[in-house]
Design a binder for this molecule. Sequence first.
Ligand code: ADP
Ligand code: MG
Length: 657
Amino acid sequence: MRLLELKNINKTYKLNETQSFHALKNINVSFNKGELVSIIGESGSGKSTMMNLIGGLDSHFEGELLVEGQNIGAFTEKQLDAYRKDQIGFVFQNCNLIPHLSILENVTIALTLSNVDKKERIAKAKEALAQVGLEKHINKRPNQLSGGQRQRVAIARALINDPEIILADEPTGALDSETTEQVLAIIKEIAQKGKLVIMVTHSEKVAAHSSRVIQILDGEIIKDITNDAVVLDASSPTENVTTSAKQKGQNLSFTSAILLAANNMKQKLKRNILVALGVSIGIMSVVSMLSLGDGIKAYFNSMIESFMNPLVVEVSMKQEALDLNDPMAAMQALGAKIPFKEENLKELSEIEGVVEVEKGFQYISMTPTNTLVYGDKTSNLMGLTSMSSVITESNVAVGHLPNTGELLINKSVYEEFGEDVIGQTVKLTALIDNEPVTGEFVVSGVYTAGENNTMADLNNSVYLNYSDLETLLADQNRTLEPTMAYLVATDETAASDIKTTITHLGYGGSTQEVMGDQLITMLNILTIVLAGIAGISLLVSSIMILVVLYISVVERTKEIGLLRAIGARSKDVKRIFVSEAFLIGLSSGTLGLLTAIGLSLVVNHFSMEAFNMNVMIITPAYAIFGIVMSTIVSIIAGLFPAKQAAKLDPVDSLRTE
Ligand code: ADP
Ligand code: MG
């Protein structure tokens, strides 16, 4: 059986809808192992077309092209890729080395596509480079070599997978006569080792070295002469080193794709750093916004918890949901509470674990309706709260808990009035149920909410006995309706059960809890809005990735063509580009996260000084979310350019300049 047989091959290029060009006409020819065939003919006669068909780069033709009896024309895309990789070695006129890879890497890449392990890859490539006399130059770049040396690298690359057929399209076309001799000697040696070498050439002198010369004119073979003067001794083919460890049927691994991508990215380092910076800003903003939201929420929660006596459950009547469209009304609704009815108090007292129900009153005023006057000083009060089991000795910073006719002032009022106010009489005016009441009280001491609760110490408030408030109203023939109920529980477990029960019954929690819930709802909305805005910047950066990768595809069209010619599947090409997108995403995500962490350190430093709290909390979940998000967004952005790259036609890509 002949190694290679072309039967009635016709190739027509379609130029447009109506016109086409008949480039190969009824080609019938066959080749054997150990032949060194020169194809000569004028430019445009169809030589390259024929080489591309034989090389499996172009499968659109009529007729049969048999390699070891198998018709390539009927091959699937996958079989064709494998055929190019394992059975064909291509050498081009202009070498087509990948400029940013070293000589060694240019040769190993053909093995990388076959997923040969790294050590073996390097050993074999060194061996192949030694065969073409370049062992001393393996670490150079293609542009550091002479034309002849470059062509020898290309030959080493073509040989590395130990193919049966070597196709060389004008390999000496760009070389001077001396280097031509060197390259020819190497090519001749290959044929002597039992390979089929088909070489396109313009030079008569080159043709004279071949064992057979075929001349083509206008797509037809017009001469086929065997040159008896050239004797190739193919009787004792010395086995190529590469034969033993051939890995047919294997493909480019993911790790190799990532490494190739990393190498590509190094070439355009500045560009990629800029892109990564852009993307990282998006990631940083998203992570920062989420963390900031969390930090503020955590602050509110700790504040609410610090108010609580673990044995006392504060209950209020359920508030209507805040109308966020009308912030002023919402603020007032927070302060003015719905009073409890007797039946409510009865229901609460019947809950299991409740030892006692204390009536309470609380009014949080956002407008200056409640005042405390001491001498010529007037303090506007935000909070007016009745005493209960919630407030204990631990809440008294100075003085003692108020007895009848006494009240506690908080730290900010204390600062306004001065130290000598303790034990003095002050005048309280308060709006209760929309009617003002006035009374005189003695300041018994100073209230403090404890360490974590600077807010309660900052907002002017007074604390006095419920019975005193009742007396004030009784003077006006009014009765005080409780707006708070304090349920004293048997123990902490009972307290937490009671909490669940009151929520079930439809009551609200403490003022702080209710306010906290409402604030947290607002904060959540705000956080989502801010993170959404940050997300837009992420979208913009993903478009940036898309553009950059697309430019990269255009720039590297020729390289893609070459990779296809030496056996890369379109899948592999896609994989390399997706890997690049993946790497950009991963590095941007990491960079963004680091920036966000840096930012949080600075922000938290200041917030710690000002409010004794960390305002940005970057949780591990957000960190992972940031990196994963960046990677996914990048990969999605990279898919389109990667697809474009994979779709490129190998022959067309090789032709681009
Ligand atoms: P050469 O013998 O110089 O290598 P080619 O095989 O490259 O010639 O081209 C043979 C003929 O086919 C030329 O006339 C060329 O213009 C035409 N041809 C080659 N490639 C294409 C193509 N992709 N589309 C249309 N015509 C083509
Ligand atoms: Mg040509």
